[in-house]
Write a protein that binds this ligand. Structure first.
Ligand code: NAP
Length: 250
């Protein structure tokens, strides 16, 4: 059996287990399984991998995407640049294992934003400064889209929510929510920006996929904006994980 799974904590509802179970069923893949491995501490990772030689691939979620890096024998340069890893590939030989780390969230963000022309995105505003904010910044940089970050706290090279109350930075076309604000169960909440300034020229991208249409996206839709949720990113990152686990090139 080739075993895959998800590490993180807590792991209440997980999209990945359902996604891969249904993929294995639909594509008649019989020798694979995928399950959740809740780890209360990332220090449990080597023990988990050592205890079951059939584990060959893992996804990593909150809160371990950065902490996991110190357990890697190899890190993909792009994942290193972003400072976050969400895919582990485990190579085994002679009873030993080597862990390779990748970031498929970047791939999912690319899949969502690449269909747009740079002129459509023009200047972007990224709400939040955590792991996925860094991945969004990386993709926008490679697309040559200028962006500003917005944080709750005053820090270098960041705007605050107070700064954006007087208006959006000139030329803003894309606004990306990388915060958890509006995620189930707090579906009535939305980031504190001036929705009244939004028009049909704006594109709102919310990384949240549950609910599929957050209060942020609803408010943008009411103002005529184009809206994108986190589902395409979610599916694309899962498929990219599968590719990484199965392609010997990785
Ligand atoms: P993270 O590393 O914890 O970063 C979230 C950032 O949001 C924080 O750094 C913080 O930035 C800001 N923030 C946190 N709580 C906030 C609050 N109450 N109000 C305003 N801002 C707040 O989390 P992440 O891994 O980047 O994930 C963020 C979101 O993306 C989650 O909702 C997650 O579900 C979603 N996500 C989706 C996918 C997908 O495939 N669709 C993949 C990964 C993540 P400041 O402190 O600077 O304000």
């Amino acid at each position: 059996m080739r075993k895959f799974g998800l590490i993180g904590f807590p792991l209440g509802h997980s999209f990945s287990a359902g996604y891969f179970d249904s993929k294995f069923h639909m594509e008649n893949i019989r020798d694979c399984s995928y399950r959740n491995y809740p780890l209360t501490d990332i220090e449990e990772l080597p023990g988990l991998i050592g205890s079951d030689p059939e584990i060959i691939g893992l996804n990593v979620t909150i809160p371990y995407k950065t902490e996991v890096i110190r357990y890697l024998d190899y890190i993909d340069p792009e994942a290193e640049k972003v400072g976050a890893v969400n895919v582990l590939k485990i190579n085994r030989s002679d009873g030993r294992f080597h862990i390779r780390g990748f970031n498929s969230d970047i791939y999912g963000i690319r899949a969502t934003l690449m269909p747009f022309a740079v002129e459509e995105l023009r200047n972007a505003l990224i709400l939040g400064t955590g792991g996925s904010s860094k991945a969004v910044s990386h993709v926008l940089s490679e697309m040559h889209v200028h962006f500003s970050l917005v944080s709750r706290t005053v820090k270098p090279d960041c705007l605050t929510y107070r700064d954006v109350q007087t208006g959006l930075p000139a030329g803003t076309r894309l606004i990306v929510n990388t915060t958890p604000v509006g995620m189930l169960p707090d579906i009535g909440q939305k980031p504190d920006i001036r929705y009244d300034l939004l028009t049909g020229d704006h594109i709102l991208f919310d990384l949240i996929y549950n609910p599929e249409k957050t209060a942020f996206l609803k408010a943008g839709e009411e103002r005529g904006c184009r809206i994108l949720n986190g589902l395409k990113m979610l599916y694309s990152q899962a498929e990219r994980s599968w590719e990484i686990w199965n392609d010997p090139a990785f």
